[in-house]
Design a protein around this ligand. Structure first.
Ligand SMILES: [Zn+2]
Length: 147
């Protein structure tokens, strides 16, 4: 599949295919008014298959980078100007995530008071999860719900 070049905007590349729609959701692409290109299960030399998202006339805010890091920490982020990659950004899995993940414990204070959620990232052997700072609820990394 040919993915059209964009003149200005951002490209999120090397997204694991199973995470593509999660990344699309946290970018709020449903509200985008500029051209958006989404491709999935494209051939990739080192991932096997990959997904890619291109958004014209958009930029990476720190909050957006943090959100992407939670869902897909190893993606490639490119900033495009005049059809050229002018900047590459990297995201890192943050140890602490404030105000992005919803706590699945209905009794948690963050679901009952007007306050931001706070989660700590943990990795034990191959299991990745986020633990709520307030109630201790552990949520597997692939099961998180974003606010
Ligand atoms: Zn909680």
């Amino acid at each position: 599949m040919h993915v059209a070049a964009i003149r200005e905007g951002i490209v999120i590349d090397h997204i694991p295919p199973k995470k593509l729609f999660k990344v699309a959701a946290l970018l709020h692409l449903e509200d985008a008014t500029s051209p958006v290109t989404i491709g999935n299960n494209l051939e990739s030399s080192y991932l096997g298959k990959k997904g890619i998202i291109k958004v014209a006339d958009a930029s990476f805010s720190d909050e957006l980078l943090n959100r992407i890091a939670i869902v897909a920490p190893n993606v490639h982020l490119n900033v495009i100007k005049d059809y050229e990659v002018v900047e590459k950004k990297q995201v890192e899995q943050p140890d602490k995530v404030v105000g992005i993940i919803r706590c699945t414990n209905e009794k948690c204070i963050t679901n009952n008071e007007d306050m931001p959620t706070c989660f700590h990232y943990h990795k034990e052997e191959e299991e990745e999860y986020f633990a709520c700072h307030y109630c201790g609820r552990k949520i597997k990394a692939d099961k998180i719900e974003l606010l």
